[in-house]
Design a protein around this ligand. Structure first.
Ligand code: FO1
Length: 316
């Protein structure tokens, strides 16, 4: 592995798409994808890492193309049997996907770290890209709603993101050690904030001790790709959260969230009119088609983002 890595910060489906484009564009030893683990939780007694698994399955080319999460050609016999015995079925674990959860849980219980396990599982599933958890220690996103505080997957999957979000916090984050790739962002060749949810995918990574400051201080080019196009989230509740947390529901709202942390913002062509306001935040803008419908789009957006980073260069 070379020490001049491009570090991509990613959550689930949106982040995984750009990560795939980057993995198809960069040599394997130049890319590290650092993935949010604050969505992780225990279900059916198993340790589930939705974002790590989504990124891994996507880069291995085995993800379910309809949902973006889980495996393609999945079967649901265990879930159906679980319903019969009165178990919980709101979080859908497929038969083949289960093998990964079982094996990861066994290895964690045997004392291996999540990062070691995930590097090995990613290779076995068919990707050489270095996909790392943001931390080996548990961090849990908790969402405050009018009805009280909810665990992230309860809010996201069981309640379909319906309860209004008043605030979000990351339990355990102050005790979690960032993965070395994040602790040492200053040594990176560049940092890409993938088009993931700023509040629940990227914010937990930035909240790890030292990471926000490391990103602020990094002299390498730092670029974010918008997850909001035409005032709507490409996928998931990002637009709803922008509104409920009091931000502008637009790419401008996202750019403001990253102000001081990035040098460049990749904005969708539909939102080109926001360029002057985003540039006024002290970052440069690249207008592009950010919708990633197929693998060609993912590679194009990755190439645009990398070219933009090259143009931005190092800064003081
Ligand atoms: N998302 C859903 O909306 N419904 C599900 O039943 C569901 C199951 C699931 C199983 C394994 C996995 O790795 C991910 C799964 N997801 C499901 C996605 C996931 O919980 C969310 O997309 C992320 O946590 C948000 O990034």
């Amino acid at each position: 592995m070379t020490d001049r890595q491009i570090i991509a910060l990613a959550g689930g489906v949106g982040g995984a798409k750009l990560a795939l484009g980057l993995a198809r564009t960069l040599p394997a030893d130049r890319l590290t994808v650092a993935v949010n683990t604050a969505d992780d939780f225990e279900h059916w007694g198993l340790y589930i890492c939705p974002d790590l698994d989504t990124v891994t399955y996507t880069l291995a080319g085995v993800a379910n193309p309809e949902t973006g999460w889980g495996l393609r050609d999945e079967t649901w016999n265990v879930l159906e049997a679980m319903a019969k015995v009165g178990g919980e079925t709101w979080f859908r674990l497929g038969d083949k996907d289960l093998a990964k959860h079982l094996e990861r849980t066994r290895r964690l219980k045997a004392g291996e770290s999540l990062s070691t396990i995930m590097i090995d599982l990613a290779r076995r599933l068919g990707t050489d890209t270095r996909i790392v958890p943001m931390s080996d220690q548990p961090v849990r996103t908790l969402v405050t709603t009018p009805g009280g505080e909810l665990a992230f997957q309860d809010w996201f999957v069981r309640l379909r993101c319906e309860p209004v979000v008043r605030s979000v916090r990351f339990a355990g984050v102050e005790r979690a050690m960032p993965h070395p790739a994040l602790a040492d962002l200053g040594a990176a060749a560049g940092v890409i904030v993938c088009p993931s949810n700023p509040f629940v995918s990227v914010a937990p990574i930035l909240a790890l001790p030292g990471v926000r400051d490391a990103l602020k201080g990094a002299r390498c080019p730092r670029v974010a790709v918008t997850p909001i196009v035409g005032g709507q989230a490409i996928k998931g509740p990002a637009a709803k959260m922008l509104a409920e947390l009091g931000h502008d529901v637009s790419a401008l709202g996202v750019a403001r969230f990253y102000r001081g942390l990035i040098d460049g913002f990749v904005l969708d062509a539909q939102d080109a009119g926001l360029s002057p306001q985003i540039e006024a935040l002290g970052m440069r803008v690249r207008v592009a088609d950010t919708m990633m419908r197929d693998d060609g789009d993912k590679k194009r957006l990755a190439a645009t983002t990398l070219e933009f980073m090259d143009e931005l260069g190092v800064h003081s």
